[in-house]
Design a protein around this ligand. Sequence first.
Ligand code: GDG
Length: 473
Amino acid sequence: MSDPKSKADMIVVSNRLPVDHDPSVEGGWRRSPGGLVAALEPVLQQTGGAWVGWPGTAGLELEPFELDGMELVPVTLTDEDVELYYEGFSNDTIWPLYHDVISPPAYHREWWEAYVRVNERFAAAAASVAAPGAVVWVQDYQLQLVPRLLRALRPDVVIGYFHHIPFPAYGLFAQLPWRKHVLAGLVGADVIGFQRVQDAGNFTNAVRRQLGFETKSGAIRVVADDGSVRTAVAKAYPISIDTQLYDEIARRPEVQARAKEIRASLGDPQTVIFGVDRLDYTKGIGHRLKAYGELLEEGRLDVEHVTLVQVASPSRERVAAYMQLRDEIELTVGRINGDHDTVGHTAIRYLHHSYPREEMVALYLAADVMLVTALRDGMNLVAKEYVASRIDSRGVLVLSEFTGAADELSQAVKVNPHDIDGLKDAIMAAVEMQPAEQARRMRGLRRRVRDHDVADWSRRFLADLDAVRKQDA
Ligand code: GDG
């Protein structure tokens, strides 16, 4: 990669750029949707900042370029990097380990070597674009080594890191053969952000036990190889959504009309239950189907009056655990539908697709009950999007206590998805909840997502980084 034209004072580093290379669309770039982009784009545009990331196509070598007031700095990944660093170490080692080993993590030395190599490449790209004293914000578990590598290259910059997924309890984290390297990578940052207080606690505990550093209420005394000492801070910054945008989309007449159309196309059942997740074993889709299937079996729910719509968006389709999960889910859906469908009514409308955001909001508006039954989830934005879309203050959110969102969304119907009987009772309580009670809970939930949106999240994180910068200066 050649040196970018100009240096930036604010830089975001993430596995993916906020745009995907796609020669079939005009201009050659398709914007990735999502909260992170929505939150950070205005900040980068104001500061003339840069975004370092992979453009989403293996082998693509591109010079840095400008898009909508941001400098985009593409990092090249070969086919082999994608297989070993991304699908391998990131998604088949770290992802299952950090989600409480719901699926067994695989530990392969050549995956780790690729992870180190690619993290070095990201750190070098960030170092080349950073102005003196710049603020660099690294995102997520694919890049845990970047803070330390970047600090070695550029001791002048202020480094933040945000971890979007859970940080596991010590007894699980300790399995990782490269645990010391990963922790040393992360404490290279000045501020290390987590979704939940519990994640930050698990992290500082691991740092104490593996690196021997003293920690006190989130402040970590980091001792470098040369004996010099600095302080890093580990703290919770629960991420959120662009609440205003969901509210606005839900008010559009065409979206409300579409919600009615969806219900009609399902045969206008009394109750529409809805789930939407990436097809991932962390999301508890199988547990949800089991509970729903038993309720139909026992006659507590009747297929003439209720339908479950399950959107499972395709995800990580080249990783073996995901292929197996898809087979299991589709077998279960087929069985339940085979047992309970009538000619006019279906028990589960299963959709293995991705939909535009407007369609998602229409589905949120069409859903009387929203099921979020993750076995482990950093935050879970679907829960917040459902609440933000319910401008009518109706609908019931059933929410797993193992999501970050459960810390904030206290008026949801909380469940332990491992407890199938408890989950069944929670679904029934949601189906039978009176409108007044729905409204009371939904108003409280809406207040929370209105007052804490994604802009508030990035403001809080960046304010803490700015305080470090001022201190250094
Ligand atoms: C990770 C952490 C944390 C899904 N299907 C479609 C679609 N989506 C959108 C949802 C939501 C997003 O994808 C999924 O976000 P989640 O938070 O629910 O889950 P992860 O993808 O696992 O995200 C998670 C998050 O990072 C942020 O820090 O909350 O814990 O695992 O926005 O709406 N969007 C569209 N069509 C789909 O079919 N348009």
